[in-house]
Write a protein that binds this ligand. Structure first.
Ligand code: UDP
Ligand code: MG
Length: 173
């Protein structure tokens, strides 16, 4: 059983040579130690502090939390989105009941645009951000601590590798 598991582990690691030599060995346990590293990769994601957070002076608190959680800020800018930009940015929600209010809200004042970098940045920023509705968000998340409502929910975060790529290039060029 132990030998079978060793062979499976070696094959899973793509080490055919070691697996073969392991198979040929008789009762001897292999002496090779297999270190399995966690799967991590350095990624970039898009974060945006929304108008109500900026207006309430929460920028510093949220950015501090971002830095304390190991994110490296690659780009940061305070700017406004035009209606056309907002419509394109949130195009995936076109046709949903909250779409026009969302576009009106996100263009209602300046936002802080951020390009963040870290291992597993996309998932980790979504986790730190919390659920869309602050009432559902976990303790310690940005939305739990700073959001006003489901629509005015303090900050944005890319939800996938594809979204991060698209949003970063849309905002930062
Ligand atoms: N939104 C809203 N009402 C809803 C769902 C979403 O006003 O019922 C707004 C909210 O500001 C949210 C944004 O639309 O952050 C985008 O929605 P999404 O479902 O992508 O949530 P998110 O990815 O921001 O958590
Ligand atoms: Mg989303």
């Amino acid at each position: 059983m132990k030998k079978q598991l060793t062979i499976i582990a070696l094959l899973a690691l793509g080490n055919l040579a070691l697996a073969e030599s392991c198979c040929k060995a008789t009762a001897k346990a292999p002496t090779t130690k297999v270190a399995v590293a966690p799967i991590t990769k350095v990624e970039r994601t898009y974060a945006m502090l929304k108008p109500e957070a900026v207006q309430k002076g929460l920028t510093g608190d949220i950015i501090k939390l971002i830095e304390q959680n190991g994110f490296n800020i690659i780009r940061m800018e305070k700017r406004s989105l035009t209606k056309k930009e907002a419509e394109t940015f949130y195009a995936e929600h076109k046709g949903r009941p909250f779409y026009s209010d969302l576009v009106a809200y996100i263009t209602s004042g300046p936002v802080i645009t951020l390009m963040l970098e870290k291992e597993n940045a996309i998932t980790d920023w979504r986790a730190l951000l919390g659920a869309t509705d602050p009432a559902q968000a976990n303790m310690g998340t940005v939305r739990k601590m700073f959001a006003e409502s489901k629509s005015k929910n303090a900050a944005h975060g890319s939800d996938s590798t594809e979204s991060a790529k698209r949003e970063i290039s849309f905002i930062f060029g």
